[in-house]
Design a protein around this ligand. Structure first.
Ligand SMILES: [Zn+2]
Length: 423
């Protein structure tokens, strides 16, 4: 099976791209079509590498707009956690399908997820054809019985789903140091090392988390992660707003990956935001994430990149910080390299994860610098075609099953709407 994208703007020139199987085979000013291949007209389109969402909870699309404009503690304890307690595996399947639909429509081809009912999420991602790293939320609340149950559940998921689909990797997802015991973190550290598994954790989102760690363990959160053996190049840390210089050095020396989630941090009013300026100088591995739809409220990576760039400029009083080209690389190259999938570039031999951007979109006119338009002008609605692993998931804005996915999500959301009316 091969696909030929003709007359498309790619890597600064207009030409053709041939995809064969799961990889890009050739890029040239003109490629003669094969009789059997699918032709995509790339006129007035730009081919860009698919985006990476480095931190999300996909099925939380079901809680989009469920509870906004609240402080973090009551928001979690009174709204989000009671609603999550009512989620079933089928709900997670439906919510994750909605998330995948949104990601396909806005150009994301790879996402790093942590959520409940992993089998539901797995089935959903598999049905939609995206690339994902899935972890079950690991929370034991310092309870030995819960710890054993969680370890068993994770081993079961790894046994059932690990290595089954080359597009979906199973990772370990310790929620945070304030919800997971030292013993569990140590088990996760050694098991992930033994089996070369990625680990996905929330780290230093707010000051209270740092203070509690200092009070309980006498060290800062990253120092605690080092003590339990979790610092490695398999570790993905979401938020990282409150890092000391020493913590930054520990993370960078270990090769850990830091996920900047600007929209969620702004919405929940974190006291500080990701220290990009220093981390960039120190050559940290940085990617961008949305967080869940309850604190964002969408999964649009172009919007997230704009927020990241603007907020970092504002925070540093430096409009040259995080320029468009660099922001685009955080969305593509950095993430693909961090997850060891490729260079994140559109080149022969690389995985065929790419999106076509509509250059007739009003926000794309005129076009002096593509990167500038992508980061500052358009959002995900400018994506017209999405290809992942050589398969077309959306062509000319059409995703098969879109109506079914939306109506199923609306039906599930009725359950949560009832909770709101009763509260
Ligand atoms: Zn999160």
């Amino acid at each position: 099976m091969s696909i030929l994208i003709q007359n498309v703007l790619v890597n600064g020139d207009t030409g053709d791209i041939r995809i064969r199987g799961s990889r890009i085979e050739a890029i040239a000013p003109f490629l003669p079509p094969d009789p059997e291949e699918e032709i995509i007209d790339g006129t007035n389109k730009a081919a860009v590498h698919g985006f990476v969402n480095g931190h999300t909870h996909a099925a939380m699309t079901l809680f989009r707009g469920f509870a906004d404009d609240m402080k973090l503690k009551p928001w979690l304890e009174k709204k989000i956690w009671p609603a999550e307690a009512k989620l079933t595996e089928e709900d997670v399947y439906v919510g994750t399908r909605l998330a995948c639909l949104e990601m396909i429509k806005t150009g994301t081809t790879l996402f790093n997820d942590m959520y409940w009912h992993l089998p539901g999420a797995y089935r959903a991602v598999e049905s939609m054809g995206l690339r994902a790293v899935l972890s079950a939320v690991f929370i034991d609340q310092f309870d030995e019985k819960k710890r054993k149950e969680q370890i068993e559940a994770n081993l079961k998921f790894l046994d059932e789903f690990g290595g089954k689909n080359p597009l979906i990797q199973i990772a370990l997802g310790p929620h945070a140091i304030y919800t997971v015991s030292r013993e569990a973190l140590e088990w996760i550290a050694s098991y992930s090392q033994e089996h070369d598994l990625f680990v996905h954790i929330h780290l230093s989102e707010i000051q209270r988390e740092v203070d509690a760690c200092l009070d309980t363990f006498g060290v800062r959160p990253t120092e605690y992660l080092k003590e339990v053996g979790l610092l490695s190049n398999r570790l993905f840390c979401a938020h990282c707003n409150q890092l000391s210089k020493h913590e930054m050095k520990l993370l960078i020396d270990a090769g850990a990956h830091l996920v900047h989630t600007p929209v969620s941090n702004l919405k929940l009013a974190a006291e500080k935001i990701f220290p990009y300026e220093i981390l960039k100088v120190l050559q940290a591995s940085i990617i961008l994430g949305t967080d869940g739809c309850s604190s964002n409220n969408n999964l649009d990576m172009l919007e997230t990149a704009k927020f990241a760039s603007l907020f970092q400029k504002w925070q540093s009083s430096d409009p040259t910080l995080l320029p468009a080209e660099e922001a685009l690389d955080l969305l593509t190259g950095e993430g693909y390299r961090a997850f060891r999938i490729g260079s994140g570039k559109i080149e022969p031999g690389e995985v065929a994860d790419l999106v076509l951007i509509d250059l007739n979109h009003p926000q794309n006119v005129p076009l002096y610098h593509l990167e500038s338009n992508l980061i500052y002008a358009v959002n995900g609605t400018a994506v017209s075609t999405t290809i992942c692993n050589g398969k077309i998931l959306m062509k000319d804005n059409v995703v098969p099953e879109e109506e079914t996915i939306i109506s199923e999500a609306r039906a599930v959301a009725k359950k949560f709407a009832r909770m709101l009316s009763e509260s």
